[in-house]
Design a binder for this molecule. Structure first.
Ligand SMILES: [Zn+2]
Length: 308
């Protein structure tokens, strides 16, 4: 789009965590601001603009993000962004704004941003990043060109990961990709800690499925983990169990499908809750989830007893 002079004034780059949305956006920003880009519009890396950008002190670029992890972007942040948009570019020929976690705003911040999108500045490009674009108001989304970053296929992701750490075994990368919905950068950043998490969660779920284990203790242990990746791991475990049951068509297997599906539904609901803006109490969410798993596990044992 840049090469064909078709780049819109506002872009929404979306996709799950760990696909390189930020790296992509930063590269685009560097291209837009670079004083002497090459014929393909790649930033040169050494002009005044590229140096300022590398030092995070480019006067024509603004990064807007929640001030604290898990918090929202404040309306004041959007207001000061609007103020800066009235200024002329100082170093480059254009201005850029990068809004990270753009879905993490309250209504007044969204409204303020909407006004900005409705009155585009000719020399300015706004780039919104979001892991949860469904949480963005339609009025915002419809004023941006949407760019969805796809999840790479497994071969592509594995080739990338092998190149990052040739010492890591393939089965470990595969386990990590399961925790991250196939996002290679997220798998890379989980690394050994992710493998330890995977082992612990596998052991804990096995206990819960046998009606053993203490949900309160386990929930406290799981607090150190990224809850989303834990739930994705359990989802993948349950789906492979359902796959096995579907392969065997006796009455017992068919009746067992229901409680396993109920666990999958519960995982989906919990995932929705943790990505909502309401800052839920995560430890209570995990405990509730574990109790539900134990209830369905009990049903599974009863059904297995009936059919034995
Ligand atoms: Zn440059």
């Amino acid at each position: 789009m840049l090469q064909q002079s078709r780049l819109p004034h506002a872009l929404l780059i979306s996709g799950i965590d760990g696909l390189g949305k930020m790296a992509f956006a930063e590269r685009l920003v560097a291209s837009l601001l670079c004083i002497q880009p090459d014929a393909q519009f790649n930033a040169c890396g050494h002009c005044h603009s590229c140096q300022l950008l590398a030092a995070q002190s480019h006067p024509d670029h603004l990064l807007v993000a929640p001030e604290d992890r898990g918090k929202q972007i404040k309306v004041d942040q959007i207001r000061s962004l609007k103020q800066s948009q009235t200024l002329m570019p100082k170093v480059s020929a254009a201005k850029t704004v990068l809004i990270s976690e753009a879905d993490q705003m309250n209504i007044s911040a969204f409204n303020s941003l909407l006004k900005l999108l409705e009155e585009p500045q000719p020399d300015s490009t706004l780039i919104l990043l979001s892991n949860n674009p469904q949480q963005l108001p339609i009025t915002i989304k419809s004023r941006c060109q949407n760019v969805v970053i796809p999840i790479p296929d497994t071969d592509q992701a594995m080739a990338y990961l092998r190149a990052q750490d040739p010492a890591m075994q393939d089965k470990h990368w595969q386990a990590l990709l399961k925790l991250t919905q196939g996002a290679p950068l997220a798998a890379l950043s989980l690394g050994d800690a992710g493998l330890e998490q995977s082992r612990q969660v596998t052991a804990d779920i096995a206990l819960l499925m046998q009606g053993q284990g203490n949900p309160v203790q386990m929930a406290a242990d799981w607090q150190q983990y990224d809850l989303k990746s834990v739930l994705l791991q359990i989802q993948s475990m349950m789906q492979s169990k359902i796959g096995q049951l579907l392969m065997t068509v006796d009455n017992c297997s068919v009746s067992l499908l229901r409680p396993y599906w109920s666990i999958v539904d519960c995982i989906t609901d919990t995932l929705k809750l943790i990505s909502s803006q309401n800052n839920p109490n995560k430890i209570l969410l995990i405990e509730d989830f574990m109790v539900t798993v134990m209830q369905h596990a009990e049903q599974i044992h009863k059904l297995q007893g009936t059919h034995r």
